[in-house]
Design a protein around this ligand. Structure first.
Ligand SMILES: N[C@@H](CCC(=O)N[C@@H](CS)C(=O)NCC(=O)O)C(=O)O
Length: 222
């Protein structure tokens, strides 16, 4: 997938500044940075990028363990969004986006607000394995919500998480949309991409939804 951007089509007057040293660089292009998305960034990056890859990171599992009082919830009814849990056996599928030149500072500035300020996420360097070239891994920046952040909710039975997701909405939409769009992405990745935690929550939602509200109301949720 390529998304042209104005910045990409206008050659910089002078070489753009290199990405800040603390961020992983793309050795093929030192002006570039890869950003790994595994939740809403998978379907709504909302920043200009030059390239993207579907793939996975090893050593992490995705969990709906981060509370969200802005995008998919409120102070009174926090929603649940995903974070990465360190798990030696884990593997999490998502999308890595390559940002280059002026796109780097623009993306980082935007994500700092969306992820860190509004979401409680911190940045972490991960190794990303593109689906098509897993033998050529890339260093990427991921936004991870650690247990130390105030919005962290931690583990809960998948049924309880499903109930919370069905009940919450925020400024970016209903929490159910967040869950189903992520489930859609995982379907597109193919049978080799499994996420049992996500599947269990989707199953629990499917069981509860008819009781939770009649069909036409359910359709209005998303
Ligand atoms: N950092 C993860 C999770 C990102 C995420 O879902 N963050 C929330 C912030 S609480 C968000 O941006 N939500 C926007 C939305 O729900 O549309 C990712 O790489 O996708």
């Amino acid at each position: 997938m390529k998304q042209e951007s104005a910045a990409q089509n206008t050659p910089p007057a002078s070489p753009p500044p290199s990405p800040p040293a603390q961020h992983p660089r793309d050795h093929g292009d030192p002006q570039a940075l890869w950003i790994f998305g595994y939740g809403s960034l998978v379907w709504r990056p909302d920043f200009a990028y030059s390239d993207s890859r579907v793939g996975f990171v090893r050593g992490y599992s995705r969990r709906f363990w981060q509370g969200d009082t802005f995008h998919r919830g409120s102070d009174k009814m926090p929603g649940r969004v995903v974070t990465l849990l360190e798990d030696h056996e884990g593997c999490t599928w998502g999308v890595a986006y390559q940002v280059r030149g002026e796109q780097v500072s623009e993306a980082l500035k935007y994500l700092n607000v969306r992820e860190a300020v509004l979401g409680g996420y911190d940045t972490k360097e991960v190794t990303f394995y593109p689906q098509d070239t897993p033998d050529q891994p890339l260093k990427a920046l991921a936004y991870v919500a650690t247990p130390q952040n105030p919005g962290y909710l931690g583990p809960a039975p998948e049924e309880a998480i499903a109930t919370q997701i069905l009940a919450c909405r925020g400024f970016s939409g209903h929490n159910l949309e967040y869950l189903l769009r992520l489930a859609d992405f995982m379907q597109l990745c193919g049978p080799q991409a499994q996420d049992e935690h996500l599947a269990a929550i989707v199953d629990a939602v499917g069981t509860m939804l008819p009781c939770f509200c009649p069909t036409e109301q359910a359709l209005a949720l998303v």
